[in-house]
Design a protein around this ligand. Structure first.
Ligand SMILES: Nc1ncnc2c1ncn2[C@@H]1O[C@H](COP(=O)(O)OP(=O)(O)OP(=O)(O)O)[C@@H](O)[C@H]1O
Length: 658
């Protein structure tokens, strides 16, 4: 039910009018009373010190936060982290428009938007009709016309009843739209995030510290707030179109005053509170994410942290982050308080102005009494619609902050996608079977421009195996990165066989079953159970599979329960199952004892590449252990000469093969 707040202000006059005379003499006596009332009102307006006090208090309450806000503006603490998020409103608008008109739009979102718009439009029409019914029953009440009063009251109740299902429909449409938009946002971000090699480049190149939080939490929150905002805008435009006409029909002056007042309010809000609140919201979001990540990281790396007794140091770090976050939160609390006070003062006018302008019209007999509460209601609703920015500014600023963070992630993903598709030098799959790896004039550089190696060239034929030696930091892993397309500094040409399997020193352990761990990243039903178990035994994993009763569906936190050597053997099992044409092992057996390592390499010698039926698989091994040399046909040595320049030698291995 819409409010009728000014009724009580007129009940004294009504009581006087009602008790003074019979109905036919009412007009004359009430005219006298009205004259008396006008005098009384004007007298009290001029003379009563209370009014002056109220006005002074209002001015002070409105001015003080703005004044303190101006003083504090310089004191908004700057974040210790430099944010690379794109600019606020435009970024949020870009995301919103991509959901509505861009790639992420869907037919279902239009259906929900249509339902939302229709239900709000009908509910609003019912509310306008209700305001007229209200005017009539209030007038009937002042005239003591019981029949008219009850018939108009009945009409108002029918209109109210019609509004209820329309409001439920609007609620449902808003909920549906939120889900559709959240899906669109999350799907788009996830698709890019899991595009091959994008995660690597996102971590290396982009200053986006918390993509997980943005995708998992903020995308949903943004969709939620965007729908609420859209609903508010729809609702307020409709209200405005309905009730502003009502206000204008009652008093054009009131309509003008209202528009001017709303304009000033919106401008003051955006100008004084806009920039600092949006900036603080954005900074707090980033710092909260960094704070959360620093705590989660300690849990992830719990064992090494406890072993090096690093808790006090990490605790100091976490408290430091939190204290910076707290400063930002205090600053935001101040600005929000100022905004809230301003909003309160601003809304007083919705009670005072229409009464002050329309009551004299009734007192001069120019409008019926019901017009006064109707004017108050229409004024409040229209002013509310015009000042939606003032009222909802906290949500607007949070929406802008999250929109800009999502746009920041989207831009970082595009950049990472570009790097993933254009690494330097660009490794190409081989065209002929004459070689499994060919490097021609490859020079790799570090981000600071220093040279790792110059004009590196060598070839391996199918079945040949290369071992790479070199001191720590010589660039052995960087060579693997260049082969995998994970490097962006260098020139030259690289060819390699396909399929190729990379085995890093610290292999990736997925969540889930033992089957998934032993076959990752192949689909679960790619291999037969007996083949998986046989490959696990060949990888010296007998202990692990018997510990789980040879149950491939067993689940555990594999990162935590398997030793590093066991994890390396799991990765080796994947290699035995896939049998690619080329395997690249970067210290992939470094955690194993020598007999186990040699047993695994012996297995490699027996493997045949998946598409070369007669040739054995080619292997590139990076290691610090000279004992592995005898399993390889060629040796590449990366060194640094006396003058500090990187050099390399590539030779055939003359030692006897096992
Ligand atoms: N993303 C990067 N940015 C800057 N420098 C890097 C980056 N990655 C590697 N480096 C530097 O490149 C050099 C070679 O690193 P790489 O990991 O290839 O050495 P490595 O020979 O494999 O060493 P180790 O035997 O210790 O594993 C090192 O000095 C390292 O600090």
């Amino acid at each position: 039910m819409l409010p009728i707040p000014c009724l009580t202000r007129f009940d004294g006059a009504m009581a006087l009018a009602g008790s003074s005379a019979p109905a036919d003499s009412l007009k004359t006596s009430s005219r006298n009373l009205r004259r008396w009332n006008i005098q009384a009102v004007s007298q009290s307006l001029v003379s009563c010190p209370t009014w002056g006090l109220v006005a002074a208090a209002a001015l002070l309450a409105m001015g003080l936060p703005v004044l303190v806000g101006c003083m504090k503006r310089r004191k908004v603490p700057s974040s210790p982290r430099r944010s690379s998020e794109p600019g606020g409103l435009s970024a949020a608008l870009r995301i919103a428009s991509s959901l509505t008109f861009g790639r992420a739009r869907s037919q279902r979102s239009f259906v929900f938007m249509f339902l939302l718009l229709m239900s709000l439009a009908l509910a609003n029409a019912a509310a306008v009709a209700q305001s007229f019914a209200q005017r009539d029953y209030m007038t009937a009440l002042s005239q003591r016309n019981g029949d008219l009063f009850f018939s108009k009251l009945g009409l108002a109740m029918v209109l109210l009843a019609a509004t209820m299902p329309l409001r439920s429909l609007a609620e449902f449409a808003a909920g549906g739209l939120t889900i559709v938009w959240r899906n669109a946002l999350t799907d788009g971000l996830l698709r890019e995030y899991f595009h091959p090699k994008v995660v690597y480049w996102l971590r290396r190149k982009a200053d986006v510290p918390d993509p997980d939080m943005r995708i998992a939490v903020e995308a949903g929150h943004f969709a939620d707030m965007l729908v609420l905002m859209l609903r508010d805008v729809f609702e307020n435009v409709l209200k405005l179109s309905g009730f502003m006409g009502v206000v204008y029909s009652i008093s054009p002056v009131l309509c003008l005053v209202m528009a001017a007042y709303a304009g000033v309010g919106a401008l003051a809000t955006v100008k004084f509170f806009g920039a600092p609140l949006v900036r603080l919201d954005r900074t707090i979001k980033s710092e909260e994410a960094a704070f959360r990540k620093s705590i989660a990281r300690c849990l992830d790396r719990a064992e090494p942290l406890c072993l090096c007794r690093g808790e006090p140091s990490e605790s100091t770090e976490a408290h430091g982050r939190y204290s910076s976050l707290r400063q930002q939160q205090w600053a935001r609390a101040f600005w929000r308080t100022s905004l809230g006070t301003f909003r309160e003062c601003f809304s007083w006018a919705a009670y005072l102005l229409p009464v002050a302008i329309v009551a004299p019209l009734w007192l001069q007999d120019q409008v019926p009494f019901g017009t006064v509460p109707q004017a108050v209601m229409a004024f409040q609703v229209s002013l509310g619609a015009l000042t939606v920015v003032v009222r909802k500014f906290r949500s607007v600023s949070a929406l802008i902050a999250e929109g800009s963070r999502l746009e920041g992630l989207s831009q970082a993903l595009s950049k990472a996608l570009h790097c993933a598709e254009h690494p330097l030098p660009l490794p190409q799959p081989q065209k002929s079977r004459a070689e499994t790896i060919g490097m021609d004039g490859v020079s790799l550089t570090l981000p600071d421009g220093s040279l790792l190696y110059d004009q590196l060239s060598f070839n391996l034929k199918p079945g040949e195996r290369l071992v790479v030696f070199g001191p720590s930091g010589a660039g052995k892993t960087t060579l693997v990165r260049a082969l995998a397309g994970l490097w962006d500094g260098g020139v030259g040409s690289i060819l390699h066989a396909s399929p190729v399997v990379f085995l890093p020193q610290d292999p990736y352990m997925p969540e889930g079953t033992l089957r998934r761990v032993l076959t990752f990243p192949s689909a679960p039903n790619t291999f037969l159970d007996e083949d998986i178990l046989a490959a696990a035994r060949c990888s010296c994993l007998d202990d692990v599979i018997s510990r789980y009763g040879e149950d491939l569906e067993a689940c555990a936190d594999w990162e935590a329960v398997l030793s590093r050597g066991e994890r390396q053997r799991c990765a080796f099992c994947r290699l035995l199952l896939v049998q690619p044409n080329l395997a690249i092992l970067d210290e992939a057996t470094s955690a194993l004892d020598e007999p186990t390592e040699e047993a695994l390499y012996q297995q490699l010698l027996n493997l045949r590449g998946s598409s070369t039926s007669c040739e054995a698989m080619s292997v590139v091994s990076i290691t610090h252990r000279p004992s592995l040399q005898r399993f390889h046909t060629h040796v590449l040595r990366l060194q640094v000469d006396e003058s500090g320049q990187p050099t390399w030698t590539f030779q055939e291995n003359k030692t006897d093969l096992p």
